[in-house]
Design a protein around this ligand. Structure first.
Ligand code: NDP
Length: 320
């Protein structure tokens, strides 16, 4: 038996979340991992609060990522995405089992705790940074913007971009987090409400590139304010799923909108992203954005992450 957070749906369609002792025979085929840490990402909040149809198979152990030790080789591994915590039993448990090819071996310099602190949010931030680099956004071209900056994706993105030498502007709805964002490397704070309303087709050009975790009007405004031939890497929907924009930034300024989906990325790109995370994310900044909680705290935190109240990253010690 192992301890897990279990989501169950009854015949009437109502969903309950509770800690449970689960029989190991429930695990699917695959490499068994002794999970040391999982995390709470925005998508986990949606799944646990049943706020969006994230879970596609019941009962489900949520948790879209985990870090731990393979029980066969003892190797230190991290997992992100692949439908884990959605259609495949997830990481908010003491054990998980997944196909071999879904696991990424941890770079030697990262502990399992640090890998979980980075988590899917941080790994997605690095995929966004790689997208900006692939589209030629270099530090000499001007400032870059990060939206939803005090959240998980945003905090890691600010720290990486600053470390790489970019001038980072951080957009937040929590002005009280300005000191935190400056500590991570932001040089300017942009108020969330400056970007939250309907966008003009083209605005004053302010940023050479951006990482957007927010979507909706915010993304539309960011596109309208991106420099000629700049790039916006879009990965999130904290404001909304819609994109009330126009084609003007694309056809008149050559702006690129680079979509980032971390779930089904090929193995080689995951290895590259984790290699870059190990080299480009300063450990002291990762520590500053990380809170560790026990498994029984997760249910209470699901609503907090959906309400935008969580700062940085929450690591779950599944054995605490
Ligand atoms: P967090 O909740 O940690 O961060 C989201 C941040 O968005 C909040 O901290 C807040 O930042 C801001 N925010 C919240 N509500 C609003 C709002 N109504 N309007 C504008 N800004 C808002 O979540 P994560 O960082 O884990 O995830 C961020 C987004 O990225 C989510 O939408 C998530 O689903 C998505 N995501 C996508 C992935 C992919 O593969 N494409 C992978 C991982 C995440 P602040 O207080 O600073 O304003």
């Amino acid at each position: 038996m192992f301890r897990a957070l279990l989501l169950q749906k009854d015949d009437a369609g109502s969903v309950t979340a509770a800690l449970a002792d689960v029989n190991e025979s429930m695990l699917p085929e695959g490499v068994v991992v002794d999970v040391e840490y999982s995390t709470i990402n925005y998508k986990d909040g949606l799944a646990i609060a049943n706020a969006s149809p994230i879970v596609r198979s019941w009962p489900m152990i949520p948790g879209i990522d985990f870090a731990g030790l393979r029980t066969d080789t003892g190797g230190r591994v991290v997992l992100n995405g692949w439908g884990v915590g959605e259609s495949h039993l997830g990481g908010l448990a003491q054990k998980a089992a997944v196909p071999e090819g879904w696991l990424v071996e941890l770079p030697a310099s990262l502990s399992t705790l640090q890998a979980a602190a980075i988590g899917t949010a941080g790994y997605t931030s690095m995929l966004c940074v790689l997208a900006l680099e692939a589209h030629g956004v270099t530090p000499d071209l001007g400032p870059v913007l990060v939206t939803g900056a005090a959240g998980g994706v945003g905090s890691v993105a600010v720290a990486i971009l600053a470390q790489l030498g970019y001038e980072v502007h951080a957009s937040t709805g929590r002005p009280e987090e300005a000191d935190y964002l400056h500590l991570l490397g932001a040089t300017a704070i942009v108020r969330r409400d400056e970007l939250a309303g309907p966008a003009r087709a083209l605005g004053k050009m302010r940023w050479a590139g951006a990482i957007d975790a927010v979507g909706s009007h915010t993304l539309a405004n960011v596109l309208s304010m991106t420099h000629e031939n700049g790039c916006v890497a879009a990965c999130g929907l904290a404001q909304g799923m819609d994109l009330p924009s126009s084609v003007a930034p694309f056809i008149l300024r050559g702006v690129t909108l680079a979509g980032v989906n971390s779930v089904n990325v090929v193995h080689a790109k995951r290895v590259e992203a984790w290699r870059r995370l190990a080299s480009d994310l300063p450990v002291e900044k990762l520590d500053a954005m990380t809170t560790v909680v026990p498994l029984d705290a997760v249910i209470g935190l699901a609503d907090d992450i959906l309400a935008g109240k969580v700062r940085g990253r929450i690591v779950v010690d599944v054995n605490a």
